[in-house]
Ligand binder design. Structure first.
Ligand code: FAD
Length: 289
């Protein structure tokens, strides 16, 4: 049973910020209410962010995507341009929870919950997303890559909200893919999540991102594996080497969903598969866009 709490429902950002740090931000509640019910979370005062309309704005132009801190997974799926502006995130939204969860769950809540299995985080890391942390004084931008400090710990201060995220739209020489390996197709926690971004110029890979979920205390970028690809002439051997390195950088645990060995093996297979797919989807001749 849920214990009692006070619920504030401000309709503007300033009012919600003035409730912090005494109140806990409530996005869709798909983590927080579960944790309150299970007594893992003890907050007696919550501030619901769902009444702040500007919080759900999605803006996409030719260069940049920015989404508000209250953007839900369903908002991502219903945004016509998102499939091109963030293919990996769009695909993560498609396999995220069930319909009811997608309607409530926010991207910011997914990031803040800090689960190593958070499905939006590998895609956002692969897109080099930056988050905007706002308090009464203003907003500071933090690259998502620097946000996590350990298992379920991060740089957010108690008086800050994630009010938005932004990233650059991949150009036509760039492919961005995500794959969630889980025990079911829907409503399942990831066994392994892999997101990759690859930019091709002729036979050369000029930019690479590999982000891994559920194989460490936080979602993280396999930077040593990225370094094998970036700047190199792409070949089957180079892809295999990068996939092997991604596996070596993983530090998974055994749990009821999969063994650590299976997860490590899956990282190698999925990284190799996604980079190969990404590479072959790109034009051999560079289009300058
Ligand atoms: C049935 C079910 C299925 C699920 N399936 C998946 C899945 O497939 N993949 C997956 O990754 N997760 C899944 N989840 C977990 C959960 O839905 C996600 O983590 C979700 O994105 C959390 O977002 P929320 O808006 O509901 O966050 P909340 O529960 O409202 O909040 C989570 C945390 O974030 C903080 N927070 C929320 N918004 C902000 C903000 N703007 N600024 C600062 N802090 C904030 C809260 O204080 C809290 O600490 C599932 C959960 C359930 C119950």
């Amino acid at each position: 049973m849920l214990s009692e709490f006070d619920l504030e429902m401000p309709s503007d950002l300033q009012a919600s910020l003035s409730s912090l740090p005494y109140a806990t931000p409530l996005g869709g509640g798909t983590n927080l209410l579960v944790d309150l019910r299970a007594r893992r979370e003890k907050s007696k005062r919550l501030v619901w962010l769902g009444n702040i309309q500007a919080f759900r704005e999605i803006k996409i132009n030719a260069q940049q995507v920015s989404i508000g801190g209250g953007t839900t997974l369903s908002d991502i799926l219903h945004s016509p341009a998102m499939a091109e502006a963030a293919p990996s995130l769009f695909n993560a939204a498609r396999v995220f929870g069930g319909q009811m969860v997608r309607n409530r769950a926010t991207v910011a809540g997914n990031i803040c919950s800090g689960s190593p299995a958070a499905d939006t985080v590998p895609p956002l890391l692969s897109l080099d997303a930056t988050i905007c942390l706002t308090n009464a004084e203003g907003c500071r931008s933090v690259p998502l890559d620097q946000f996590y400090t350990g298992f379920k710990t991060n740089l957010r201060r108690q008086d800050e909200l994630i009010t938005g995220l932004s990233w650059l739209v991949p150009n036509s020489n760039t492919a961005n893919l995500f794959y969630k390996l889980a025990r079911r197709k829907g409503d399942a926690i990831s066994v392994v999540g892999v997101a990759v971004t690859v930019t091709r110029e002729g036979d050369r890979c000029t930019h690479a991102r590999i982000a891994l979920g559920s194989v460490g205390p936080t979602v993280f970028r396999a930077k040593d594996a990225e370094a094998i690809l970036a700047g190199g002439l792409l070949s089957e051997k180079l892809i295999n080497d990068a996939a092997q390195k991604a596996m070596e950088q993983s530090k998974p645990i055994d749990d009821l969903r999969a063994s650590a060995n299976y997860r490590r093996h899956s990282v190698r297979v999925l990284t190799r598969r996604l980079i190969t797919q990404a590479w072959h989807s790109l034009p051999e001749k560079t289009a300058h866009t």
